[in-house]
Design a binder for this molecule. Sequence first.
Ligand code: HEM
Length: 397
Amino acid sequence: MTTDVTGARPIPTDDQVTIPALFDDPYPIYRRLRSHAPVHWIPAVNRYMVIGYHACRTVERDQERFSADETNSLMKRSMGHSMLRKDDPEHAVERASYGGVLRPKAIKNHWRAVFDHNARTYLDRLREIGPGADLIRDFAAPYAAENLRVIMGFYEATQQDMQRWSQTMIDGTGNYADDPEVWRMAKESSDEVDEAIDRALPYLRSHPDDSLLSRLADLPVPLESIRANMKMTIGGGLNEPRDALGTTVWALLSDPDQRALVAADPARWSDAFEESVRWVAPIGMYPREATRDTELDGFHVPAGARLGVVVGAANRDPEVFTNPDRYDIDRPKQPHLAFGGGEHFCAGAWVARSSVAQVALPMLFDTLPRLRLDPERPARAGGWVFRGMRTLPVLWD
Ligand code: HEM
C-alpha cells in the first residue's frame, strides 16, 4: 500500500472543462487532459478526474486507499446505502446475498427464455410503429426494463414503472444543483420501490420463484439493505444494457464494413458488444474517496479527495488501445474497464452480455436486415457520467 508521498507531484488543475462540453462529447477533453497527466482537479465537477487506464485500475483495485463509501454521497441520499457505496467486509456480505441469480447458470435455465420473449415482443411493437420509430424509446429501453423487472421479481410493477424509478433516482444521484423538484421525484420513486418490496417479500416467501427478491426474502439481510440494493440495481441494471444496445446498433449502422463482419459470422456479436462498451462506456465515471494522503501514478492525492474513476476515458487510453477512438471489432483483445474492476465488478455483466449480445442484437438484425439510420432525423448521443444514444431514429423495409 503506497502512502509515501515524497516526490509525488501536485495534481494539475484544469478550469477549461465545463459540464455541458463533457455531456456533449467528452472524448476530445479526455484527449487533451491525457497529454498532461493521468489525473486532474476539475473545479467544474468538484472532483479529481482519474483518466489514465493504469491509474483507474489502481484505484478500483485498492479499496483501503480508495473507498467506495463516499462522504456526502448523493447516491446514498437518493437510493440509500447500497453495497456499491460500501467496502469489504460489509460489501462482500451484501454482494453474496445476490447468490447465483445474475450468473450464467440462472441465465441459461431461466432468463434466456425471458430475454427471447421480451426481444420478440418489443421488436413486434417496433415494427407496428414503423416510420417514426426510435430504437431507444421503442425497443432498447422497454426491453431492458422488462428484463430487469422479471429478474428482480417486481411482479406488480410495469416496465414503465421501472424506467421511471430508474431515471428519477439516477437524477437524484446527479443532483449537484440541489434542485428540490429532482429530490421530490427521486423520493417519490424511492417510496414506491419500498412499497413494492414490502408487498413482494411476503408474497414471494409463500410463492418462491427464481427472482432476486424471492432469494432475498429468505435471507437474514436487513430490510434497509434490501431496499438500497434493489434501488441501486434498478438504477444500474436498466440504462446500461439499453445504452450498450443503442451504441452498438449506432456503430454498426454507421460503419458498413464493421456491420459486414458481424453479418458474415454471428459468433462475432460478442466482439461487437465488447468493443461497443469499450468505445462508449455506458457508465463513464464512478466515484471513490481517498482514505489518506497517497500517491497515484506519481501524483499526490490528498486525504479525503473525491475522485472520479473515468473509465470512459481509460477505455480510450492510447497506451493500451491502438487508434482508440475508432470502433473496431477486430482490434487486439485488451481488457476494457466498462464493467469496473476489483470488488465492485459489475454483478450484472452476464445478464448484459446475454440479453444484448446473444439475444437482442442478432434478433434485431435478422428480423430487420435493411435496418438503417434515418437521414431526416439525426441520431444523438449524450452524457459523460452515463453515456448513450439519446435518440436513434431508424428505418427499415
Ligand atoms: C452494459 C451493461 C452494464 C454496464 C456497462 C455496467 C457497469 C457497471 C459498473 C462500472 C459497475 C461498478 C461501479 C463502481 O464500482 O462504482 C457496476 C456495478 C454493478 N452492476 Fe452493472 N453494468 C451493466 C449492467 C448491469 C445489469 C444488467 C445489472 C443487473 C441485472 C447490473 C448490476 C450491477 C450491480 C448489482 C453492481 C454493484 C456490484 C457491487 O457493488 O459489488 N449491472 N456495473
